[in-house]
Design a protein around this ligand. Structure first.
Ligand code: ARG
Length: 271
C-alpha cells in the first residue's frame, strides 16, 4: 500500500522535525514510530480539523482521553488510522462523538480525575491501521522504573498554532509518586490518581497537545497525558492520569450507556 505515502510521511517528518524540535518538541526527545504501528491512537480535532488532544480506542464505540480535552461534544471529531496530520493517507476514519463522559469528580484546579470516555456515533472499522488498546485491571500497579511509551502529535510551537506533523513516540520510565511529590518537584500536588514518568536528567517527555494520549506499559494504557511543568525539564517529569484507578468506572460507565439501557439523564447526547 501506498509506499509512496509512507515515504512521503517519513521525508516530511525528517524535514519538519529538524526545525520543529528546536522550537519545541511535540513528544520531546522521541522519534517517529513506524507508520500505523500504534493503531489504537486517535487524534482529537476541532470540527475545523485542528488537532488538540490525543486519545485511544478502547473498543469500537469508545475512546479514552483526558477530561481537560472536553471542549463540547459538538465541537470535536475523532480521527483514527492517522499518521501525518496534513497528508490524506486514505487510512483515516473520521468519527463524530455522540456523548462525552468526563469523570464526575474531575477537578480542573488540581487536575485530579483527569479522565474522560467518549462514545462514538458509529463504530470504527478495525483493520490494518486501526485497532483497540487494552486497559489495566482495577488497582493494578506499575512499578517504579518500568519503561512505558507515550505517543502523540502535540503542538509544535509554543507561541500557538500548529506545524503539520506526523506522530511521535518516546519511552520513559515510571517515577515513584514519592519522588515526584518531593519539594524540588511537584511538592505534594501528585494525588493517588496520578502517575509520573520521565528521566531525572529530563530531555524526554510529552508536551502540550499530547494530552489525553496513551502511556502504555506492558501493552496496556496505564496513563493518560495530563499535565506537567513546561516539558522535558529535569526537575519536572510528565504527570499522567493513573488509569488503573478507573477501570471499574470505565467499565460501569460503558455498560450504563450501552444502547439497550441508554437512560442516564445527567448527560445530554447529540443523537
Ligand atoms: N496539558 C497538556 C495538554 O493539554 C499536556 C502537558 C503534558 N506536559 C508534560 N510536560 N508532560 O496537551
Amino acid at each position: 500500500m501506498d509506499l509512496m505515502y509512507i515515504l512521503l510521511c517519513i521525508l516530511l517528518d525528517i524535514l519538519t522535525t529538524s526545525c520543529q524540535d528546536t522550537i519545541q518538541g511535540r513528544i520531546v526527545g522521541g522519534y517517529a514510530p513506524v507508520p500505523y504501528s500504534i493503531k489504537y491512537i486517535v487524534s482529537i480535532q476541532t470540527t475545523d480539523r485542528r488537532h488538540f488532544c490525543g486519545g485511544s480506542l478502547i473498543n469500537k464505540y469508545w475512546v479514552i482521553t483526558a477530561a481537560h480535552c472536553d471542549i463540547g461534544v459538538n465541537k470535536m471529531m475523532i480521527v483514527a488510522g492517522d499518521y501525518s496530520l496534513i497528508i490524506y493517507e486514505g487510512t483515516e476514519q473520521v468519527i463524530l462523538p455522540k456523548l462525552l463522559v468526563p469523570h464526575p469528580e474531575y477537578n480542573s484546579a488540581t487536575n485530579n480525575n483527569d479522565i474522560m470516555i467518549i462514545k462514538l456515533r458509529g463504530p470504527v472499522e478495525l483493520n490494518n491501521f486501526v485497532s483497540i488498546a487494552l486497559l489495566p485491571r482495577q488497582g493494578a500497579s506499575i512499578a517504579e522504573g518500568r519503561l512505558c511509551r507515550v505517543s502523540g502529535w502535540g503542538y509544535t510551537n509554543p507561541r500557538g498554532g500548529q506545524i503539520p506533523s506526523t506522530l511521535r513516540t518516546v519511552r520513559l520510565p515510571i517515577i515513584s509518586s514519592h519522588k515526584c511529590n518531593n519539594s524540588e518537584s511537584f511538592n505534594g500536588d501528585i494525588t493517588e490518581n496520578m502517575l509520573c514518568a520521565g528521566y531525572s536528567i529530563g530531555g524526554k517527555d510529552a508536551c502540550q497537545g499530547d494530552s489525553g494520549g496513551p502511556l502504555v506499559c506492558d501493552g496496556r494504557i496505564y496513563g493518560l497525558v495530563s499535565w506537567g511543568n513546561a516539558c522535558a525539564d529535569a526537575q519536572f517529569p510528565g504527570v499522567y492520569t493513573d488509569v488503573s484507578k478507573y477501570r471499574k468506572w470505565i467499565d460501569d460507565t460503558m455498560i450504563s450507556y450501552s444502547t439497550r439501557c441508554n437512560k442516564n439523564p445527567r448527560i445530554s447526547t447529540t443523537a
